[in-house]
Every structure is written in structure tokens, then in C-alpha cells.
Design a protein around this ligand. Structure first.
Ligand SMILES: [Fe+2]
Length: 415
């Protein structure tokens, strides 16, 4: 069976690369020399790695071609090169990195007709595309972490809060839309072979038994989260798990990382902290503590996925607006149960540890999921920075619980 070259999403590969380059092209040499932080990668390493990964799977693995750069595996293989060692590699300079990336993309596109003879080609082309999309999102986090400006063009801000009538009174301070009720039942979660490209951790669809639950129709807002802070949330041990409290003390956290009074740092500028925008850049411990204070809990990932049933892939996505938006927007893109913005705006923490689904077997990119089972927590739904071609209601993201550089909020479930 032959893959149609049109299925190799060549336009997607071009588009992803355009974004990768746009996310770094304005940076000065000093800005490229990033500090060694656990939560970021050296920028030239990261973009070279995205190109290397695409070359590895679509040219070397699929077609048996030799590497473009002879020592590429010693430079860019994320499974072999420990994080901190990435700062001391003999990497090519900016011009050399861009030259390698250009050669790689041209070759992948040129060879698409040959690759298309292999029925697995579409899978590896998609893998390369989604991988680059994920690194592009990581570059956005990196720019936020380091206080670099937002570099991409913005769509007309149709989600602008300025154009949205501000709610008042109770609606203003309470996530406003209340809870959606999901009945008890046996539900199917996970992906099926008909879902197109899927990662190994989504395989395969299986039944879960859930009790009835009521889940917030919107993510927790800044106003709701501020009430937690104002009530001494960050000073009250009983709201926090032991691990969470230890993190809070060590990080000396008093509020979400980018809050500064009534403002928040957004890339290199301070913007107003709006009541009805979702709280973002909070970690699992902060989400958990808020829930305990509010007498609520985080959803399990199965509950989240069921509550998201039929949610269209539409919302604050693709970096088009360059920021979070009001949690009440996109009311025409609700899930079957009436949950809003399950897709886009902010990633959402679930209470679930990242574990394999029944019958899990790793796909050829073995290091994608398996090394992280048991230590990471599942996030769902995508953020404003996530590509729409990547996200689905079944897509499982996963991070360590202390990470608050990610554009992550959460929604709560009634206890
Ligand atoms: Fe990677």
C-alpha cells in the first residue's frame, strides 16, 4: 500500500518550520546564550534537535539514508544527551544550525515521493511534525521564562477582553458558569485506530467505570484564585500536600509565579490581571492546594476526557492571540456536557499520575512516553500556545508536578 504524498502533511512541515524560525530569529547572541535551567533547553540545541528528529525518522529510519551531519547523534539525540550536557556540546553556531535545518527540511520534502512508497511514511512524517510543534510550544515557554518579547504576528484579537462585556457581582468573582453534571456510567477513553495519528500512550481505547460527578464548566479564574491567596492559601499548611508544602517553602511561593500585584508578567511586559481570565502558570501543588481550600478536587484524567466529549477543536489555539482569554468565550464550542474551553486557552492539570493504558506497548520513538510513567502528572486540552493540528480531547500531556513555566491552569470537581 502506498501513502499518497498529500498525506505527508508537507505544508504542515513547512508551516512548523516557519514558526520554529520565527520563534528564534529576533534573538540576539546574548539572548541565545540561555542560563542552564532545568525547565529549558539551549535554544540552538532545541531547534537543531527538532530538525535532527525529523531527519532521523523520515530519512534515516524510513529510507536508510546516512545522516546529514556525521556526528548528529552525539549532538542532538535527546535520549542520549543528558539535559545539562546540552550546554557544553560542540554545537554549530546560529548560521551553521540554520543551514543544517534548511538542508534537512529540503531533503525531507524532496524525498517525500520516495518515502510515500512506504505505508508507514505518513506516521513518521506526522511524528516529525507533531514533535516540532511541541518544541515550538516549549520555545514559547522558554521566551516567557526568560522575559523575551512575544515574537509572532497576532491575529485580529477577536477574543479581546476589551470587547467582552465585563460581568459583575457574583458572576465576576465566581467562574460564573457553574458545574456540568456527568452521569455515572461506563465510558470509553483513549484513541482508536480510526483516530489517525496517535501517540503510544493513547493506545488503545478502553472502558472506564465512573461515578456521577460535577465538573466546573470553566477553568478556575484569576479572581477565584485571588480569593484563595487573600484567604491565606499560601500560608496555610493544611491546604497543601506534604510534597506541595515542601515545594512552596523551597520556592518561597506566595502567588502564581508571574503575578506582580494587580498585574502579571506576559513575556517582556506587565499586563493587567483580569478577573475572568484563567489562572495560568500554576503547578500541580498549587492547583491541589486551591482545590482543598475550595472544598473541591481536581478531575481524574478519565473524568476530564469524558467531560470533554464532543468538544470541537476550536478555541484559543495556535498562538493566534498570543495570550489567554476570558474563560467565558467560545461558548459555541462546548462539550456534550456543557464544559467550555476544554480545548485551548490553558492546559489543565488532572489529579492522575501518568501511567500506561492497559496493554501499552511503546511505539518506535520509545522515549516518548515510557520513561515518564509514574513520575509525571497528566495535563489535558492544550493551551493558547498549542497547535490545533496536534490537540484532541484524548491527547495526554505530562509534566512533573512542580512545573509552572507551562501555560497551565485547572478546573475543579465538586466533592
Ligand atoms: Fe524532542
Amino acid at each position: 500500500m502506498r501513502t499518497a504524498p498529500s498525506e505527508l502533511c508537507l505544508d504542515g512541515l513547512r508551516d512548523a518550520r516557519e514558526r520554529t524560525l520565527a520563534l528564534v530569529s529576533d534573538l540576539t547572541g546574548a539572548q541565545l546564550a540561555v542560563p542552564m535551567l532545568e525547565i529549558i533547553n539551549p535554544i540552538l540545541w532545541e531547534i537543531g534537535h527538532a530538525a535532527y528528529f525529523a531527519e532521523f525518522w523520515t530519512l534515516r529510519h524510513l529510507l536508510g539514508e546516512p545522516p546529514i551531519v556525521p556526528n548528529a547523534d552525539e549532538l542532538y539525540d535527546s535520549a542520549k544527551i543528558p539535559h545539562d550536557a546540552r550546554w557544553s556540546l560542540p554545537l554549530p553556531d546560529r548560521a551553521g544550525t540554520l543551514e543544517f535545518m534548511k538542508t534537512q527540511l529540503e531533503r525531507v520534502l524532496e524525498r517525500a515521493n520516495v518515502a510515500a512508497r512506504n505505508p508507514d511514511a505518513w506516521y513518521f512524517y506526522r511524528l516529525a511534525l507533531h514533535h516540532e510543534d511541541m518544541h515550538d510550544e516549549a520555545l514559547i515557554y522558554t521566551r516567557q521564562t526568560l522575559g523575551y518579547r512575544w515574537p509572532l504576528p497576532l491575529c485580529h484579537r477577536e477574543v479581546s477582553n476589551d470587547r467582552e462585556p465585563q460581568a459583575s457581582g457574583a458572576e465576576r468573582s465566581r467562574g460564573d458558569l457553574g458545574d456540568a453534571r456527568v452521569p455515572a456510567g461506563t465510558y470509553r477513553i483513549g484513541s482508536t485506530p480510526n483516530d489517525g495519528f496517535v501517540f503510544d500512550n493513547e493506545k488503545w481505547a478502553h472502558d472506564v467505570r465512573l461515578g456521577a460527578f460535577e465538573i466546573a464548566r470553566t477553568p478556575v479564574t484569576n479572581a477565584e484564585y485571588r480569593a484563595f491567596i487573600d484567604d491565606g492559601g499560601y500560608r496555610t499548611h493544611e491546604f497543601w500536600s506534604d510534597e506541595g508544602w515542601a515545594w512552596r517553602l523551597q520556592a518561597n511561593a506566595e502567588h502564581p509565579i508571574y503575578w506582580q500585584g494587580g498585574m502579571r508578567r506576559h513575556f517582556d511586559t506587565l499586563v493587567p490581571l483580569r478577573d475572568n481570565e484563567p489562572v495560568a502558570h500554576v503547578n500541580y501543588f498549587e492547583a491541589q492546594a486551591y482545590c482543598r481550600w475550595a472544598g473541591r478536587r481536581l478531575p481524574t484524567e478519565a473524568e476530564w476526557e469524558v467531560a470533554a466529549a464532543d468538544a470541537p477543536i476550536r478555541g484559543n489555539l495556535d498562538g493566534a492571540y498570543g495570550d489567554v482569554c476570558d474563560v467565558r468565550l467560545f461558548g459555541d464550542a462546548e462539550s456534550r456536557y456543557g464544559c467550555r474551553q476544554m480545548i485551548g486557552n490553558v492546559w489543565e492539570w488532572t489529579q492522575s499520575v501518568f501511567e500506561p493504558y492497559p496493554g501499552f506497548a511503546p511505539d518506535p520513538y520509545k522515549e516518548y512516553s515510557e520513561p515518564w510513567f509514574g513520575t509525571h502528572y497528566v495535563l489535558r486540552g492544550g493551551a493558547w500556545s498549542t497547535r490545533s493540528r496536534l490537540i484532541s480531547t484524548r491527547w495526554r500531556n505530562f509534566y512533573r508536578p512542580h512545573r509552572r513555566d507551562i501555560i497551565t491552569g485547572f478546573r475543579t470537581v465538586k466533592v
